[in-house]
Design a protein around this ligand. Structure first.
Ligand SMILES: [Zn+2]
Length: 765
């Protein structure tokens, strides 16, 4: 509702500003005869403006933004998080470099915090009840930046409180299959504490309770050896090699690492949310505004069922390397320098006596807190009712220099450069640009999800695309883009024109293709885009609203490292100095991300024809179809299920998408009627929506996109079909599982037929 108000005001303001533009244009001789912008103006992407923006995005200013943003820890809803809301408002309301309007929108959301008075602990307790080993409660303050009252203790957000104690078992990644494996090995899980390691599945999917749903007094611990644990053996070493290879590591860092390794004081622990879904837990599908219905806590699903506490790698090593019992399977072994055993309990010749137990005491609390999104708007001159959205979250676990402040530092520099052109009267985009700083992402994409719930219809009707830059720089090797096929071409156009940082004189595109590439039937070798999961705020936009989305970052050479994430992720070591000295000295990778994102924003907001190439979906659909035919065809045939309708639907889509492309090319050669272009642009914008089916996956909250929902089945095809087939595989024809396969097939066919229909000329029914 407040959003409506801002927009209403905004339109009035746009009219006034329109006058400003006319005056501005008269003041600029070259454009003295420009007509007043109106719906009939063929305003198009201005390459001079694009070049100006590229030239003004300043690495030094990004560095200064980052220094300010990461100066203090800014956990969601903390006083410093509120200060940063004010900082964003102030920047976006600046008379010289601000936007047309900016406003904070506050939601009351359920967050989870450790107790200030009673820290969470993980102890080894001897047979007489005395504590013989305590895991670190805090990270060590190595450089002076890791301490302070606002550095929150490592914890597993939303894990319930409790003080379980028992013999320790090692449970690999803590998936359902892992616990079944332990049971197969004859290990009784009841009353034990489970030590699990990072990875395999997301934090919220560590599947502890599945095995013994009838028992109420089980006490297990999802006690993960976090990033640093994995990192010591693989990621950090590999990362050092990588940094060295790219000349991006200070000499001081390696000796420091070695010293730290010797002294075993790399004490980082990864904090994180263990909530299974995203959005505010009390208000699924509703915005967390005061008047909204809230679930009773007893009816909330998706929280971890047992007390859980993350620990660092040295503590994990102390526990794991002293376990007795059967040797864990080869795939469960890791890099902590010992043979991993399953337990239960410790070996008699180790550091702890054989009957020692592990006690896990968790004192987390749920609290309703206010968390704000900040939105800043530039009104479009010609199509103010079409939005290009660009966002990142603001909240961090500790200082969050990389996650998320690297992205916000870029966001602020982009909005400064565009805002300055706007205030000077030099430029106003064809379409509206909305900058967003989301709140409480770390707890489960809460701010962005509440926003999509509150403005569902308006956003679906009017949003051209969503661009997300969260962690702008993981490392310095190459660009990495995740996105849906229609955004591929605009990303390619942008990156071909920007110089890549680092040695050589390559464009970002030419550098990117060396690291991530694929062979496209249509274009030959091209950089490959990853698909969008639910790792950041793009998730509600693509999965829930069906808005073409992308996530942009600079990252590793994955041939040189097995790192899943950068080493200081969600730890107290993710600080300004870490970025400034080791990760991106000179901030050239940050600048490259800013230029890439800036060019994409301008192309989407200013181009007369929307640069979304829907025919690029054809390759994805074709590859999904081929995988279904090759890997599922025989199985489906055995159960009398035909892929014929799917083949027809894919062919229809391909034909309609190609025909639409033809019509656009023809129009582009002439001087088309703007209304005609607008109709075509709407077809391009709305294509992604036609893949939504809110009833397709009733068990998956918010996942409605039938092409990008989470795939658990092993066949790389349409996720609903893949998942249903993997569940039905061992059941008889006529089972409910096979009926679900048929239902999922129909859902995909209907979506593709519907998508093809939206691409047909609008005069055809
Ligand atoms: Zn983030």
């Amino acid at each position: 509702m407040q959003w409506t108000k801002v927009l209403g005001l905004g339109l009035g303001a746009a009219a006034l500003l329109g006058l400003g533009i006319i005056l501005g244009h008269f003041a600029i001789p070259k454009k003295a005869n420009s007509p007043a912008p109106s719906i009939s103006a063929p305003q198009d992407l201005d390459l001079e403006i694009l070049e100006t923006v590229m030239g003004q995005l300043d690495a030094h200013r990004i560095r200064e933004n980052l220094r300010e943003l990461s100066r203090e820890p800014h956990l969601a809803s903390s006083p410093r998080d509120e200060d940063l809301v004010q900082l964003l408002l102030q920047r976006w309301k600046d008379p010289e470099s601000g936007l047309d309007s900016a406003e904070a929108f506050t939601y009351e959301v359920l967050l989870s915090f450790p107790s200030q008075e009673q820290p969470n602990v993980v102890d080894v307790v001897g047979p007489t009840g005395d504590i013989i080993h305590s895991c670190h409660r805090t990270e060590e303050n190595v450089t002076g930046e890791q301490g302070g009252p606002d550095v929150i203790q490592p914890y597993a957000a939303y894990a319930p409180s409790g003080t379980p104690q028992g013999l320790l078992v090692y449970a690999n990644h803590g998936t359902e299959d892992d616990f079944k494996e332990l049971q197969t090995q004859g290990i009784k899980l009841e009353g034990t504490i489970a030590l699990t390691r990072y990875g395999g599945v997301g934090r919220g999917d560590k599947d502890v309770p599945v095995i013994q749903p009838d028992s109420t007094d089980r006490h297990w611990l999802g006690c993960a050896e976090m990033t640093f644990a994995v990192a010591r053996g693989t990621a950090i070493n590999d990362l050092c090699k990588h940094h060295l290879a790219h000349g991006k590591i200070g000499l001081s860092w390696l000796p420091q690492l070695r010293k730290e390794e010797e002294e075993q004081d790399i004490s980082g622990v990864e904090r994180g949310s263990y909530y299974k879904y995203f959005g505010d837990p009390l208000t699924p599908y509703l915005p967390a505004i005061p008047s909204s219905f809230r679930l009773d806590l007893a009816n909330v699903s998706g929280f971890p069922p047992i007390p859980t506490q993350p620990i660092g790698f040295q503590d994990a090593r102390d526990l794991l390397c002293n376990l007795k019992g059967t040797l864990a399977p080869a795939t469960w072994q890791g890099a902590l320098g010992c043979h991993y055993r399953l337990g239960p309990g410790f070996r008699p010749d180790g550091n702890f006596s054989a009957d020692s137990q592990v006690n896990v005491s968790v004192y987390n609390r749920l609290e309703l807190r206010n968390s704000s999104n900040v939105l800043g708007i530039i009104h479009g001159a010609v199509e103010p009712d079409r939005y290009v959205l660009y966002g990142n979250h603001r909240d961090s676990w500790v200082h969050g220099a990389v996650d998320p402040s690297s992205g916000t530092a870029v966001l602020l520099e982009l909005s400064r450069v565009l805002g300055t052109l706007l205030k000077k009267g030099t430029w106003r985009p064809r379409r509206s640009i909305v900058f967003a700083s989301w709140g409480a992402e770390e707890f489960g994409l809460i701010g962005s999800t509440e926003f999509t719930e509150e403005f569902f219809n308006k956003l679906q009707e009017r949003t051209v695309a969503y661009i997300n830059v969260d962690i702008a720089v993981f490392a310095n090797a190459t660009l990495r883009v995740q996105g849906t096929p229609p955004v591929q071409s605009v990303v390619f156009s942008a990156t071909k024109e920007i110089r890549s940082p680092g040695p050589g004189d390559l464009s970002i595109y030419d550098n990117w293709i060396r690291y991530f590439n694929r062979s496209s039937p249509e274009y030959g070798l091209v950089p490959s885009l990853g698909s969008l999961g639910a790792g950041s705020d793009y998730a509600p936009f693509i999965h829930f609203l069906g808005i073409s989305s992308m996530d942009i970052a600079y990252t590793y050479d994955l041939s040189k490292t097995s790192a899943r994430i950068y080493p200081t992720y969600h730890t107290a070591f993710d600080t300004f100095d870490y970025v400034d000295k080791f990760l991106d000295p000179g901030f050239s990778s940050h600048q490259a991300v800013a230029q890439t994102a800036g060019s994409i924003i301008l192309r989407l907001s200013d181009s007369f024809f929307l640069p979304l190439k829907v025919s690029d979906y054809s390759e994805t659909l074709r590859s999904f179809l081929q995988a279904a035919q090759q890997d599922l065809g025989a199985l489906l045939e055995q159960h009398s299920i035909s892929l014929g309708p799917l083949v027809t639907a894919v062919e229809k889509f391909e034909a309609e998408a190609a025909a639409l492309g033809q019509r656009i090319s023809t129009l582009q050669k002439g001087s088309p009627d703007p209304l005609q272009v607008r109709m075509l642009n709407d077809q391009l914008m709305l294509l992604e929506r036609s893949f939504l089916n809110p009833r397709a996956f009733p068990e998956e909250r918010y996942y409605s996109h039938v092409l990008w929902a989470a795939r658990t089945g092993s066949v790389a095809t349409f996720p609903g079909l893949s998942n249903a087939c993997s569940r039905a595989r061992d059941t008889a024809s006529g089972s409910e599982a096979w009926a679900e396969v048929q239902r999922q097939l129909s859902i995909v066919v209907t979506a593709l037929e519907g998508a093809a229909a939206t691409l047909r000329p609008v005069v055809d029914l």
